[in-house]
Design a protein around this ligand. Structure first.
Ligand SMILES: Cc1cc2nc3c(=O)[nH]c(=O)nc-3n(C[C@H](O)[C@H](O)[C@H](O)COP(=O)(O)OP(=O)(O)OC[C@H]3O[C@@H](n4cnc5c(N)ncnc54)[C@H](O)[C@@H]3O)c2cc1C
Length: 363
């Protein structure tokens, strides 16, 4: 990569000097996005830079605004897809690091983590410290700063359960803010960061409250089945992490070898009357009660019933071990991915009259 982008660079330098900050930020032009996204598709980003501190994050976002171009904060690129025409603005790679115990009591610890830290390395460190709270979220790719965006979760834990607060640059107010858990609007695979406040906040730290007590049953079904199979009866954060990594290894393709974004579809949320109707025809339809007359139906089951398992459409394979996952085997473009996506959505709608939703965000 080489240095161009002179006008924005100048603005940035002025701003950083104003902040009494001296590191030179490199800006690069026409960078292929597929090298930064685990689906390995998409055109070029017009501009790209790395931010290594909250001040740099703010300076990059501010400069893009001043130049009237959009900006997009990117972590590990494991939950984003890009169009073939690429991104017409500035992609800011979050590289803000940090891992500090900020409160330590006999029963819990609070840890402040830089948004640019690798999520799974964070989980591994907390497990080594014998702390419980995020061990079931082992093996999720991506950055710590992105974890609140879709309220990441797996095997019965989600970040909304442990996150106390986060720090972010608010690009609308042009200021640094602290948001408490209840201000993040967490729900199933969602938050304000991917709904009402999309693109507004650049999260540079999260603070998690993790417990010193051992993880307790009941565990998520798949996890409990694994424990039963291997005969585990004493539970520690490490035992849970090892089990989750083993299960995931079997069910989820490694994006380094087989490009994918994990679950490409969200599980379907339907109302009780719909479930009642559908079960007249499919009595075995699995569903989990979410309260308020809502039920979660595993979309992988719907896709499999619709006959799409292991099919390849425009170079995208519907994973045989987990139909929620689309693997890019030989897709040439976003258009190929879109064709596969529409085929799956249509098949499920035709069979069940349920509209399934895409999980990854689009740049
Ligand atoms: C094999 C595989 C398995 C997966 N398993 C799971 C799973 O079990 N559970 C689960 O919930 N997800 C899972 N995912 C999805 C993904 O890993 C998570 O959503 C993860 O949190 C994305 O992190 P990232 O850094 O890659 O985010 P990116 O893909 O870079 O970004 C995702 C979104 O967050 C925004 N964003 C990123 N960083 C920040 C920030 N610091 N501040 C504000 N906005 C930001 C981006 O603008 C974008 O809109 C999986 C993905 C893969 C490939």
């Amino acid at each position: 990569m080489h240095r161009e982008f002179d006008s924005i660079t100048e603005v940035i330098i002025q701003q950083l000097l104003g902040l009494r900050y001296t590191r030179y930020m490199d800006f690069h032009q026409n960078i292929p996005l597929k090298n930064y996204l685990t689906m390995r598709l998409g055109g070029v980003a017009k501009y790209m830079t790395e931010a290594h501190s909250p001040d740099e994050l703010a300076a990059a976002c501010r400069s893009a605004k001043q130049q009237n171009i959009p900006f997009f904060l990117l972590g590990g690129g494991s939950n984003v897809i890009a169009k073939d025409e690429g991104y017409p603005g500035l992609v800011v790679l979050n590289k803000v690091k940090g891992f500090d115990v900020i409160e330590d009591t006999p029963s819990y610890a609070v840890i402040r983590i830089g948004g640019g830290e690798n999520w799974d390395e964070v989980v591994a460190r907390t497990v080594e410290m014998n702390l419980s709270g995020i061990e079931a979220m082992s093996g999720i790719p991506g950055s710590a700063g992105a974890a609140p965006v879709q309220n990441v979760g797996a095997y019965g834990q989600e970040i909304a359960d442990t996150l106390i607060q986060l720090e972010a640059y608010d690009s609308e107010a042009d200021s640094f803010v602290v948001l408490q858990n209840e201000q993040c609007g967490f729900s199933y695979r969602s938050s304000i960061f991917r709904e009402s406040a999309t693109g507004r906040y650049a999260i540079y730290s999260i603070a998690l409250k993790l417990y010193k007590s051992a993880p307790q049953p009941p565990f998520y079904d798949a996890l409990q089945r694994y424990f039963d199979e291997v005969g585990v009866t004493i539970f520690t954060p490490k035992v849970v992490r090892d089990a989750v990594l083993a299960i995931r290894h079997d069910k989820l393709p490694d994006p380094q070898e087989r490009p994918n974004t994990g679950s490409f579809f969200k599980n379907a949320i339907i109302e009780d009357w719909q479930l009642e109707e559908l079960r007249k025809q499919w009595p075995d339809m699995p569903a989990y009660d979410l309260g308020n007359h809502n039920f979660k139906v595993p979309t992988g089951w719907l896709i499999e019933q619709a006959g799409m398992k292991n099919q390849v459409i425009s170079g995208m394979r519907i994973h045989d071990k987990n139909c929620l996952v689309l693997i890019n085997e030989s897709a040439q473009s976003y258009a190929d991915l879109a064709a596969a996506r529409e085929a799956v959505i249509d098949a499920v709608r035709d069979m069940f009259r349920i509209n399934i939703q895409q999980e990854p965000l689009e740049m």
